[in-house]
Ligand binder design. Structure first.
Ligand code: SF4
Length: 310
């Protein structure tokens, strides 16, 4: 598969292309299909090949300027051209590796000349939106996941976990199906049994939010100018603790604590966070994991320090 402006331009100029049929909107909306033999001329392909040459010349001019702004601009016009050409030919590789600048999930698909976020929970803040021109997307910063979301009722994007795992793997951040199922259980995401389907179905949007939030937590994703705490977006994981274990499945509660502590251990803020949580009048509350400690462990430490101080 061509991956750069040069490769795409060469492919468009050297092979035969015919007008393609529209296929599954979830996977492609191609307008041109490569053929082995001669085919009626597809003018969109000719135009695109010509545009490829112009993009190359413009990117080269900008790169020669050498300023950071010009170099960024050159990279953006090249990326935008690749994404547009992929849509023209029914590919989604590049756009699928971008996270939505609004919600941070890997749920962008090419639709009618734009990258569209299909996550139903993607509710852009003012100034952001769910459809992006490829040029804007190429220049936008990666989105920051806001947290795990749950669908109510019977959402339209129910899919099997194997479909969802394959879909999310296209982002380049593959997570095994078993891990996605475990995350779905940890976060209590709803599943549906549908007649004729062997396995339970999940909302693709729900799983995409948990996928993005967990990845961000694990990869210490940079957010703004500072590092992002591992717990951001995962409140329901961090606030299901030993205190609530009696009210819920105990093994699930223990598992949640284990996963939360695991994330704390890698968090860049663990020292100040733990120090703040152990202050006598800490506002860290009486519940939840903070600084790698459960509420009960924090209480015990505070009691011990209080006794020693007397
Ligand atoms: S150490 Fe504190 S800030 Fe970091 S993940 Fe744990 S609770 Fe969140």
């Amino acid at each position: 598969m061509p991956a750069s402006v040069e490769q795409w331009t060469a492919a468009l100029e050297q092979t035969y292309w015919t007008t393609g049929r529209r296929t599954d909107p979830l996977t492609a909306s191609r307008t041109a299909t490569r053929t082995e033999g001669s085919a009626p001329v597809n003018t969109s392909v000719l135009d695109k090949a010509h545009e490829g040459r112009q993009v190359l010349a413009r990117a080269e001019r900008l790169t020669r300027e050498g300023t950071p702004l010009a170099v960024r601009e050159a990279a953006a016009i090249r990326d935008a051209f690749v994404m547009e050409t992929e849509e023209l030919t029914g590919h989604t590789e590049t756009v699928r590796t971008r996270s939505c600048p609004a919600c941070g999930c890997f749920t962008l698909l090419p639709v009618k000349g734009r990258a569209q976020c299909i996550n139903r929970h993607c509710a852009p803040r003012p100034g952001l939106r769910r459809r992006w021109t490829y040029r804007d997307l190429a220049q936008a910063k990666p989105g920051t996941p806001r947290g795990v979301q749950r669908s109510t009722g019977y959402p339209a994007d129910l899919r099997s976990m194997s479909f969802i795992a394959d879909f999310l793997a296209q982002s380049g951040h593959a997570v095994p199906q078993a891990t996605l199922t475990r995350w779905a259980k940890l976060h209590n995401l709803p599943s549906h049994k549908v007649d004729g389907e062997r396995a339970h179905l999940y909302s693709l949007s729900d799983i995409a939010t948990v996928h993005a939030a967990q990845l961000a937590a694990r990869e210490g994703q940079l957010c703004g100018d500072g590092a992002r705490p591992a717990c951001s977006g995962l409140a329901d994981l961090f606030y299901n603790t030993d205190d609530q274990a009696g009210a819920m499945d105990q093994s699930l509660a223990r598992r949640r604590i284990e996963v939360a502590k695991d994330l704390c251990s890698e968090c860049p803020f663990i020292d100040p966070c733990r120090a703040a949580a152990l202050k006598p009048n800490s506002k860290h509350g009486q519940h939840g994991v903070a600084g790698g400690l459960t509420a009960r462990e924090r209480r015990d430490i505070k009691d011990r320090t209080g006794r020693n101080a007397r």
